[in-house]
Write a protein that binds this ligand. Structure first.
Ligand code: GLN
Length: 303
């Protein structure tokens, strides 16, 4: 398939949507990003990357990092993480507290903030330095040693982190957090601040299209674990819009409030798209539309 032509066609088709929606305002450092940007990249199984628009511009990956943290927690600690977090869509916003009380401090899934805090806590216990482990992994898989933290974004999240702090303390009250909450929050904010381009992300997510194999050919996850992560991305990766995303796009996907989305065609390729304008549920307007166009034009989907 001529992936480059497909991406160029998509860029034309979604051009009217670029700039629609609003960049995340609750993290002030993200509110200043120019919304009129759009990039998309595709990495095939061998690591050849195709791209269009702002596909090489680094942006704040935010919740997309939740996928990589889960993969590392599974690789390091196996199934034990599932004792502490579920695998059901929440039907609620990504930063919601409401289910936690009546579900005894066990978050619905690893891709909402509560679930990601549990996963990062687990990774911290397993490795002693969750955010650095994650950064090293992303540098290795993308092949880009310049992938790094954004200190301004991390500080901005810290300064406006009351809700994440509340979620973490609440789960700690149920015994579902092992590390001191302030240290856990620091790792979580650093994790969310990691900056990558669409090209970096499409490459780094390749273990999900390669059934668990890393860029260097070694095995990160079993074939079954890779399938499980893809399944949770499909059902929970775009929060309370996961049903709509599955309907329109038909691929496992994970979004972040920086405006990025990673999507996987298992056994074929990975995609990363970025445009900062978000819809009401925190997903990139042009990004979802571009992935919708991709699966429609190519017929590549899990369905
Ligand atoms: N850092 C963001 C937060 O914790 C991540 C949320 C997101 O990307 N959906 O609120």
């Amino acid at each position: 398939m001529d992936y480059q032509s497909v991406l160029e066609r998509i860029a034309q088709d979604v051009a009217p949507l670029i700039g629609s929606g609003t960049p995340a305002a609750y993290i002030p450092a993200l509110a200043d990003v120019d919304p009129r940007q759009f990039g998309m990249a595709l990495a095939d199984l061998d690591g050849t990357v195709y791209g269009v628009g702002d596909w090489q511009v680094p942006f704040s990956t935010q919740s997309i990092t939740k996928v990589f943290a889960l993969a590392l927690a599974l690789a390091e600690g196996g199934d034990s993480v599932w004792d502490r977090v579920g695998r059901e869509p929440s039907g609620n916003p990504f930063n919601s507290l409401v289910q936690l009380e009546y579900e005894n401090g066990i978050p619905r899934n690893p891709f909402i903030n509560a679930g990601a805090l549990v996963v990062t806590d687990r990774l911290q216990t397993l490795t002693g330095d969750a955010s650095s482990e994650l950064l090293t992994f992303l540098q290795q898989e993308s092949g880009n040693p310049d992938v790094g933290f954004d200190a301004e974004v991390a500080a901005s999240e810290h300064d406006h982190g009351d809700r994440n702090a509340a979620v973490a303390h609440f789960m700690a009250s149920y015994g579902n957090i092992d590390n001191p909450v302030p240290a856990l929050l620091d790792h979580y904010f650093w994790q969310c601040s990691i900056e990558m381009s669409c090209a970096d992300l499409a490459l780094a997510a390749r273990f999900l299209s390669r059934h668990g194999l890393r860029a260097d050919g070694s095995r990160l996850l079993t074939r079954s674990e890779a399938k499980q992560i893809n399944a949770v991305m499909l059902t929970c990766g775009t929060y309370d819009a996961a049903g709509e995303f599955a309907y329109r796009v038909g691929l496992p996907g994970k979004s972040g409030v920086g405006g990025g989305i990673v999507a996987v065609v298992p056994g074929t390729c990975t995609l990363a798209v970025w445009s900062p304008g978000l819809d009401a549920r925190g997903n990139s307007v042009a990004g979802v539309a571009a992935l919708d166009r991709f699966t429609t034009l190519t017929g590549l989907s899990v369905f």
